[in-house]
Design a protein around this ligand. Structure first.
Ligand SMILES: Cc1cc2nc3c(=O)[nH]c(=O)nc-3n(C[C@H](O)[C@H](O)[C@H](O)COP(=O)(O)O)c2cc1C
Length: 158
């Protein structure tokens, strides 16, 4: 049976809150999904999932170090994430503070790994973004993204 995971790094809880909403939506959409802090995940664990969503706070316009380390560690099995569904999300302090470049950095790593990324023509196009603590708008975007990840995974595996 297909499985998903949402992995996050979060110091002050904003990205963690987004991760939990996305994972809940994936579960409710029928894709059994774990939600874990990046320090509880080994790169090899990714091999056991069909969909992987990764969230990071925006740090100087990029993903936080522990998230980058996860991707770097995956080099030992490079090529084996090919065809899995990927998604990214980020929390930053400011509008224009680098949220989307952070998401694109995560997506770039996923594309290099061969993962399948779906944009969103109506919602947050690259992935959910939050300015500080998630508000109602962000919560809706996270729910929407979680549903879309589950739907795409189902389509790819059928
Ligand atoms: C080292 C560091 C770098 C940061 N760089 C940025 C930045 O470039 N742009 C921005 O808007 N916020 C920046 N922030 C703020 C965080 O992205 C923001 O507080 C985020 O919501 C924290 O997420 P968290 O609660 O999941 O830890 C930075 C924070 C830290 C600690």
């Amino acid at each position: 049976m297909a499985k998903g995971i949402v992995i996050y790094y979060s110091r002050s809880g904003n990205t963690k809150e987004m991760a939990e909403i996305i994972a809940k939506a994936m579960n409710e959409a029928g894709l059994p999904t774990d939600c874990k802090a990046v320090n509880k995940v080994k790169a090899e664990d990714l091999l056991g999932y069909d969909a992987v969503a990764v969230g990071s706070p925006t740090y100087y316009g990029h993903m936080a170090g522990p998230i980058k380390q996860l991707f770097d560690d995956s080099v030992t099995f490079h090529g084996r994430l090919d065809g899995k569904v990927g998604a990214a999300f980020s929390s930053a302090a400011n509008i224009g503070g680098g949220n989307e470049t952070t998401i694109m950095g995560i997506i770039e790593a996923m594309l290099i790994a061969g993962m399948v990324i779906q944009g969103d023509p109506q919602g947050d196009h690259y992935g959910p973004v939050s300015i500080g603590k998630p508000d109602e708008r962000v919560r809706k975007q996270c729910q929407r993204r979680g549903q879309r990840i589950a739907e795409l995974t189902r389509k790819l595996l059928s």
